[in-house]
Design a protein around this ligand. Structure first.
Ligand code: PGA
Ligand code: ZN
Length: 423
């Protein structure tokens, strides 16, 4: 066992050109690792705090020098000399050092960067790849990707209200084949958009972001692309949606203003989704309603939860306390898992354990602002839930995760498993 010798941090840029935190950690053995923290745009109200400098003279106030200083000046002195394998203890030390319920003092960006680097260091020290270190010898299941091929909402400047239109290659025999199904469908979609005179520029997560006539048209175009690529919609490649409804909810109404499709109540939104479920091969729906509408979520789950996966993102913010309430109230049947919503590896795993115990699904997710760090790819295999959401089939910060999953699948060889999370 080798102890933590040094922890450093620096301000780097994410995929949107905004500052974020990278942590460098060195063990006494000389092993060096680093980890970079992602950043969201359609963030949940109850997420752990991403500490920004607020100094308008740098990066419009978005600098992270304070978070970097918190790593080097406050956190590092407490962790030097500790065994990196004691992840839970180290994460608790940082939670206690911070002392707030939402990591507002040190910043979840500071704490998570260290937490991820500690996991990597422990894996390196054990001579194991990260997925095997965190997941043990049973970590052989590759996740089915939710690939975000059409972007709207806060992730694109277009006429689409819903944030994410994703494809899930459920019928593929392996992760590598799933990636091929997805990439071929993505390219077929580009061809269809071009033919119709739509723009093929992409949004924050690499999906196309044309100005369409309606939200529905995005689904129509994707189904056409699946067929054009030679796949059977629903069987080979299904659809998954993340409207991110909190981002267009205001004054008690869902306002479909980008597309000019009017305003709706929660029950009208649920009715709209019911219509969509009949019209399109949708298998998963995330954040169909506002993050504070627990009753609406439960009504939707009661009526549609046997047919599709109902995923809570902004409503649960990867927080064990909110997920516990959700399980008690049958608010959903799956949770979107984002490490930086809660801020430590240990708490994230605690949330996943709750999902497993309740028989709920869980989806390991990127943020719309990402880096080339592929920690979450290893994390998805380690947790074994069989689902990952990490963007489209372009933009290297998204592809880095897919390429890492290809490597893991190849390394696992014949023991690698790939199966649908939906029976
Ligand atoms: P965000 O979006 O990273 O901008 O929050 C991702 C999501 O809503 O799932
Ligand atoms: Zn979401």
């Amino acid at each position: 066992m080798s102890r933590i010798a040094r922890i450093a941090a620096q301000e780097i840029l994410d995929s949107r050109g905004n500052p974020t935190v990278r942590v460098h950690l060195e063990l006494e053995s000389g092993a060096r690792v680093s980890a970079s923290v992602p950043s969201g745009a359609s963030t949940g109200e109850n997420e752990a705090v991403e500490l920004r400098d607020g100094d308008a003279s740098r990066y419009g106030g978005k600098g992270v020098r304070k978070a970097v200083a918190n790593v080097t000046e406050v956190i590092a002195p407490e962790l030097v000399g500790l065994d990196p394998a004691r992840q839970a203890e180290i994460d608790q030390i940082m939670i206690d050092l911070d002392g707030t319920p939402d990591k507002a003092r040190l910043g979840a960006n500071a704490i998570l960067g260290v937490s991820m680097a500690v996991a990597r260091a422990a894996a390196a020290d054990a001579g194991l790849p990260l997925y095997a270190y965190l997941g043990g010898p049973g970590a052989t299941r590759l996740p089915v990707p939710m690939m975000n091929v059409m972007n709207g909402g806060k992730h694109a400047d277009n006429s689409v209200d819903f944030q994410e239109f994703m494809i899930m290659p459920l019928g593929a025999p392996s992760f590598a084949e799933a990636l091929r199904y997805g990439a071929e469908t993505f390219h077929a979609l580009a061809g269809i958009l071009k033919k119709k005179g739509y723009a093929t520029a992409v949004g924050d997560e690499g999906g196309f972001a044309p100005s369409l006539k309606s939200n529905e048209e995005a689904c129509d175009l994707i189904v056409a692309a699946i067929q054009a690529a030679g796949y059977a919609p629903g069987k080979d490649v299904a659809l998954a949606l993340d409207p991110a409804a909190s981002s267009f909810f205001a004054g008690g109404r869902y306002r479909l203003t980008k597309s000019g499709q009017g305003e709706k109540s929660a029950d009208e939104m649920i009715a709209l989704y019911a219509k969509w479920l009949d019209a399109f091969p949708i298998v998963s729906l995330e954040d169909g309603l506002d993050e504070n509408d627990w009753a609406g979520f439960a009504r939707q789950t009661a009526t549609q939860g046997r047919r599709i996966q109902i995923v809570g993102d902004d409503i649960f913010v990867t927080n064990p306390a909110f997920v516990r309430r959700g399980i008690a109230e049958s608010t959903a049947n799956a949770v979107l898992i984002k490490l930086n919503q809660i801020g430590t590896v240990t708490e994230t795993i605690r949330t996943i354990d709750l999902c497993r115990a309740a028989g709920w699904g869980f989806v390991i997710s990127h943020r719309s602002g990402e880096t080339e760090d592929a920690f979450m790819a290893d994390f998805a295999v380690a947790m074994g839930g069989g689902q990952i959401k990490t963007g489209s089939l372009c933009r290297s910060e998204r592809i880095a995760k897919y390429n890492r999953l290809l490597e893991i699948e190849a390394a696992l060889g014949r023991s690698a498993r790939f199966e649908t999370p939906f029976s």
